[in-house]
Design a protein around this ligand. Structure first.
Ligand SMILES: [Zn+2]
Ligand SMILES: [Zn+2]
Length: 306
């Protein structure tokens, strides 16, 4: 609160003040030097409250410069219930807290943006790294034969693609894949120099599953995708299957509607027939639900496998 001459106008002095009586029991008039308590708003003569003229001038200067300065009368100073944070100070603090919070929100947003951008860059980098790769699943290592030769032989025998050794940059076994599947060989990664060889292998890969040899049949060759790409591909498959399912359902329901129309048009329809029809509709619904469950189970298996 301001410490000032009473003669200086302040918002407080224009309001109806509760008490302007100094401890000397005389009213501090507009002509007196006076000091206002920051808690009870009572005005005091500096001399009556042991405030030296120098201290008074100092308080006054601080008040004129709109600086914080607290002064409490002895009664308020000893009262534990008195809130000694001056209202002006509280407002300023609250403004500063608002500013800091705003600043923090801005920083958090910027941080989130940077993290997103970093994720994006990282994803692009990972995609770029994988662009020339393929992944081979369930191709068992062959004793005393290196993986390169196993792959060359497999690709030539089962896909009819001859690989020039110079078209392969590197080949490696993933260490993590065997942790969940102990009886399965680790995933094999192949990085190509020659993208056309990679393309022809990927293009022919689907014929592996037609093989009569059980050990060949389980081998699966695919692109080396990032987690995000795999998830996107999975979601796209799911979406496609769902819309196919919806199409099937709408065809089924239009057939049922036509049946209903025909039944309604026939004035001699017996209640038994309607019941039968309802039952068959219920059966259809049950069948659809079962189909949906089966599909969900299939997705689950797929997501475990790939
Ligand atoms: Zn006094
Ligand atoms: Zn006071």
């Amino acid at each position: 609160m301001y410490k000032r001459r009473k003669t200086q106008d302040s918002p407080k002095s224009s309001e109806s003040q509760p008490q302007t009586l100094c401890s000397c029991q005389a009213i501090a008039t507009d002509n007196d030097n006076a000091l206002q308590c920051d808690a009870c708003d009572t005005w005091f003569h500096p001399g009556c409250v042991n405030v030296s003229p120098m201290a008074y001038t100092a308080y006054q200067t601080l008040a004129e410069q709109q600086q914080f300065s607290n002064w409490f009368c002895s009664k308020c100073l000893n009262d534990k219930n008195v809130d000694r944070v001056p209202p002006r100070c509280r407002q300023t603090l609250s403004d500063r807290i608002d500013k800091i919070e705003h600043h923090l929100t801005t920083l958090n947003n910027k941080h989130d943006q940077l993290v997103d951008r970093l994720d994006e860059l990282n994803e692009n980098l990972e995609r770029e790294k994988r662009r020339k790769n393929i992944i081979v699943k369930n191709l068992s290592p062959v004793e005393s034969t290196n993986d390169r030769d196993v792959v060359f032989r497999f690709v030539q025998n089962h896909l009819g693609v001859k690989i020039d050794p110079s078209s392969i940059d590197s080949m490696w076994r993933f260490k993590t894949s065997s942790a969940t599947d102990n009886d399965r060989p680790s995933l094999l990664g192949i990085a190509f120099n020659d993208l056309s060889v990679r393309s022809s292998i990927l293009a022919k890969a689907p014929i592996i599953k037609n093989s009569s040899d059980a050990l060949v049949k389980i081998v699966y060759i695919r692109k080396h995708l990032t987690k995000k790409q795999s998830l996107q591909a999975f979601e796209a498959r799911q979406q496609r299957d769902r819309s196919q399912e919806e199409q099937q359902q709408s065809t089924t329901s239009s057939v049922v509607n036509k049946d209903n129309n025909r039944l309604n048009q026939n004035s001699n329809v017996r209640r038994d027939n309607i019941n039968n029809n309802n039952n068959s509709t219920n059966n259809n619904i049950l069948n659809n639900t079962q189909q949906k469950q089966q599909k969900t189970r299939r997705y689950h298996r797929l997501s475990n496998r790939y």
